[in-house]
Design a protein around this ligand. Structure first.
Ligand code: BES
Ligand code: ZN
Ligand code: ZN
Length: 505
């Protein structure tokens, strides 16, 4: 599938499906849509009237057959919703719906208007980037384990998607947008593949091999892999405690991206990388375990980021850390009530082996700070409580650094990855105070805020570096189908957020 921009006017381009747009309440289309309407002797405005098309919600659409001998076979008129609610994410959604419709219609060529750039008043490059993302993300399937017939049914017959743009001075910007959108979507789809792969085959060793592969392919990326012995030497006993119950060996993975020229900034991104979370001896109920192959989604986002960094070429030194292991119950598993000493010297009483992510992250954060970065960001499917608080579409952000908070929220607004801040409330530190150790890994008392308690726990392992923690338990895994460019399964949440954040640093 090829994605290109052409200066040919919309109504002259050949296509099986032509996608044009309206805003809610528009009865008389204008701009590109208006030109097509004119060419079709007002067929679009007639249909809007006859079916009383209101287009209240972004993504509402109708199809129109073209009975003339020239021009596209079919026209899809899709609404961008209310003008005041328009955003780049509307473009992603609308682009995704056009691809899905094109597939349904067995279209080979789709031509589309560049949503948002005309009437929406948005920057053409960003519009093209979002359109590209919507298309490439919605074209994603995880069909490795499906039978041949099912695979064939999913084959995409679309050969070409043409963005029609009459305004010649926008062409360069649109080409750049397509390029960026491709990088962003490829990074995210890379992460989705990792998350969707079952724990049987996506284990700590495979994560380490994936990192090695990325480093081998990109000359400005290097990798250090620490084995169990190395991890023990580093004193990462909190991490090792989690790995203790599994037959699979843990790996600590350290990726480094070094830009060509002297970097202005140095950042570390840490991703929770539990390749399967059974809960350990504090075993999860069966139903809570069904999606726990997704507990390495933070690590997958870091790998997705590194998989495309060389194409973006940011002038930032970037370190990616994954403490990869599996959380299993067994005779060698850590017990409830055990005390371990983390890499930074603090002792931790483990009162619930299912609160394992924070144990692995504790040591990863200690390691991160030793690299002396300007910022540390971690992404972790850390607490079910984050899903209770914010649901499936929004990640919880905890940080005590305003600059980092603002920049991440801004990045999320542009990528459509929603973030909501929660406080690192000092009063709640009493909830994770232990009677026998410096700290305990779960909160006590009746009013425990699970997501904040986990954030406060992590904070104990960052001394002075500006740090932000993103609890992605909700958005890392898609269950409902409210976002048309995502499908049920791993979402690859965070890859575009990190890319956008880094690009604008
Ligand atoms: N990986 C889970 C959190 C999770 C739950 C992620 C649902 C995605 C979907 C984490 O390790 C966990 O089990 N947390 C416990 C913490 C509790 C024992 C304090 C939880 O949320 O129940
Ligand atoms: Zn757990
Ligand atoms: Zn977990």
């Amino acid at each position: 599938m090829q994605l290109i921009v052409q200066p040919t006017p919309l109504e002259k381009i050949k296509a099986d499906l032509l996608v044009v747009n309206t805003f809610a309440g528009d009865t008389k289309p204008n701009g590109g849509t208006g030109a097509v309407d004119k060419k079709l002797h007002g067929a679009i405005s007639k249909k809007i009237k006859s079916i009383n098309f209101l287009g209240k919600n972004a993504g509402d659409y109708f199809l129109l057959d073209n009975h003339q001998s020239t021009g596209p076979k079919q026209i899809m008129v899709i609404s961008l919703g209310e003008r005041k609610n328009f955003s780049l994410d509307v473009i992603r959604k609308v682009a995704a719906l056009s691809l899905l419709e094109g597939k349904k219609q067995n279209a080979k060529i789709i031509t589309t208007i560049l949503h948002g750039a005309g009437n929406g008043g948005q920057n053409a490059q960003q519009c093209a980037q979002s359109l590209t993302e919507g298309i490439l993300l919605s074209n994603y399937h995880f069909d490795k384990y499906l039978n041949e017939q099912k695979k064939i049914n999913r084959i995409n017959k679309i050969k070409k998607i043409i963005i029609s743009q009459r305004n010649k001075k926008n062409l360069t910007a649109i080409k750049q947008g397509i390029k960026l959108g491709t990088i962003f979507a490829e990074g995210q789809n890379f992460a989705r593949d990792l998350v969707n792969e079952p724990g049987l085959t996506m284990d700590p060793k495979v994560l380490a091999d994936t990192a090695k592969n990325i480093a081998a392919k990109n000359k400005n990326i290097s990798v250090k892999i620490f084995t169990q012995t190395d991890i023990a030497k580093l004193g990462m006993n909190a991490f090792l405690a989690v790995a203790a119950g599994s037959e699979k060996n843990p790996y600590f993975i350290h990726l480094t991206y070094q830009p060509q020229t002297k970097p202005q900034r140095k950042i570390v991104v840490v991703g929770k990388s539990i390749t399967f979370d059974s809960g350990g001896l504090s075993l999860k109920p069966a139903d809570s375990m069904t999606t726990m192959k997704c507990d390495m989604a933070g690590g997958a986002a870091v790998l997705g980021l590194f998989s495309v960094l060389s194409k973006l070429q940011p002038n930032v030194e970037i370190h990616g850390l994954l403490a990869a292991c599996e959380n299993m119950p067994s005779g060698s598993a850590i017990r409830v009530g055990d005390v371990v000493q983390a890499m930074n010297g603090k002792t931790i009483e483990i009162l619930n082996t299912d609160a394992e992510g924070r144990l692995t992250l504790a040591d990863a954060l200690t390691y991160a700070e030793k690299l002396k970065p300007d910022f540390i960001i971690d992404l972790a499917t850390l607490t079910g409580a984050a899903i209770v608080a914010l649901g499936e579409n929004i990640a919880a952000l905890m940080t005590d650094n305003k600059e980092l908070e603002n920049k991440l929220i801004k990045a999320g607004e542009s990528t459509g990855e929603k973030i909501w801040p929660l406080p690192l409330e000092k009063n709640y530190l009493s909830h994770i105070k232990s009677n026998v150790a410096d700290i305990q890994n779960v909160g006590k008392g009746k009013g425990v805020a699970g997501t904040i308690a986990a954030g406060l726990f992590l904070q104990q392992f960052v001394k002075k570096t500006p740090w932000a923690h993103l609890d992605i338990a909700g958005p890392a895994w898609t269950e409902d189908k409210s976002i048309p460019y995502l499908t049920v399964g791993g979402s690859g949440w965070g890859v575009r957020l990190l890319l956008d954040y880094i690009k604008n640093l």
